[in-house]
Design a protein around this ligand. Sequence first.
Ligand code: GAR
Length: 204
Amino acid sequence: MNPPPVRLVVLLSGSGSNLQAILDATRNGPLSAAAVVLVVSDRASAYGLERAAQAGVPTLLLPIRPFAQAGKTREEYDAALAEAILPHAPDLIICAGWMRILSPAFLDRFPGRIINLHPALPGVLAGKDSLRGTFEAAQRGEPVPTGCMVHQVIAEVDAGAVIDSEAVPVAPEDTLEAFAARMHAAEHRLIVRAIAKVLGLSTR
Ligand code: GAR
């Protein structure tokens, strides 16, 4: 009998192309020992929810607005997020385009089990809009290394231990769109590789 699959929960806020790469890798790919058991979004418009539904994966929409309107704090939102995820017993939580900073109210519930994909290299540009930020800096001739990384999530933004990274150089004739397309292609490889690495699975 096969062992039960490793349980992945994916957090996202947008298109979910990286979720798609993960889903594809769980179907007879390098992540076939794992299954995405829940996809969570803070945004109703996130196309990633649709991708999950198409793959038959349960989804949870947890927008911040009702919490804010009720005068609740970011920590209360994060605690509710953790409570909603806990019954799904995740072995690994993957932030793949999740655009909210997670506080210890969430992080402390899943110690060492949360990773984040970020479109910049270690120590370069933390936070939002890093893809555009590093592209524009490179175009201005600043010596910024460009690429993407997957790291452990800690309370300090985009600063946890790096699991893997991939360089995506800016070419002189690049447009932002062309650079973004290459970045996303690199991310799709990287996220699968990083999950396999954390789970101790071979990608060969
Ligand atoms: C990816 O480029 C990811 O690196 C970025 O959001 C995009 C999501 O794309 N994440 C961050 O900027 C987090 N700071 P997707 O929705 O198509 O997977």
